[in-house]
Design a protein around this ligand. Sequence first.
Ligand code: SF4
Length: 326
Amino acid sequence: VGLTKHFPIRGGPLGRQANVVRAVDGVDVTIGPGETLGLVGESGCGKTTTGRMLVRLIDPTDGRITFDGQSIEDLDAAAMRAVRRDMQIIFQDPYGSLNPRMSVQDIIAEPLEILNIGNASSRREQVAELLRVVGLAPYHAERFPHEFSGGQRQRIGIARALAVRPKLVVCDEPVSALDVSIQAQVVNLLKDLQAEFGLTYLFISHDLGVVRHISDRVMVMYLGKAVEVAPKRELYANPQHPYTQALLSAIPIPDPKRRTSRKVIRGDIPSPANPPSGCRFHTRCPHVMDVCRELEPQLLKGAPDHRVACHLVHPPSTARAENATT
Ligand code: SF4
């Protein structure tokens, strides 16, 4: 709740002026057991930082993190190790995230060794079983990462994340580096594994088309803020925020009879070191109003479980009353 991460930077003409990059600025994220929350936005919107804070790979500047009823944002390293078993991460880059000098056996068994789970013999059996569940033959255990394709490497990364039987897995752009033809296979594998092991996912992607296939709910982020959160069907059928509408209009639709006009987002995403005043999307929004430049819109509920941060949807005159009832 209220997750915030500001990274200090040095800037200014003399290189001495302290400043911060507001990577994430007060984001509330809730994920229920067995649920998949899709987290979407352009690069630099803070989605990866949010995912890494949730599993304490990086510490938040501010905010509370509760996992399984336990507050974890202040746990020391020893206490965090015990919780770490329940939360794992799958990284984007299947080429860079696997140590090229380690065999697949050692890569997948490493989390078991770090957490002192089992012995050498039982770990070998577990690695063979994990390879099987991700669709790779056990003999691959003796090979090295460079001997595999991108899709196979991501399966190895998934096996590594599952080795300690986690409850929550943060999937950080797990298919972005893969060929389109392989992406669906990996997404389907993640869905199958979720059903088999009762996993909870935070699925991070810049692609609303990919997120659609795996998520129960979707949160859209822009420049360190959550701008829209809704159940998947609701979000895709009835997007309310102009940024979500633009992202959705960019997804190709295979049916030529259902052509929608593409809404182009003008300009580049502003620097998170100096975000725009009021609504952070106002420099690019086709519906910008005077109030948008001054007053920051709050994430307010409209339809059930559908929250949007936009003055167009929740005019400031009514937002206070709506907020009181949400
Ligand atoms: Fe656009 Fe204003 Fe809504 Fe921001 S608050 S998305 S600028 S209409």
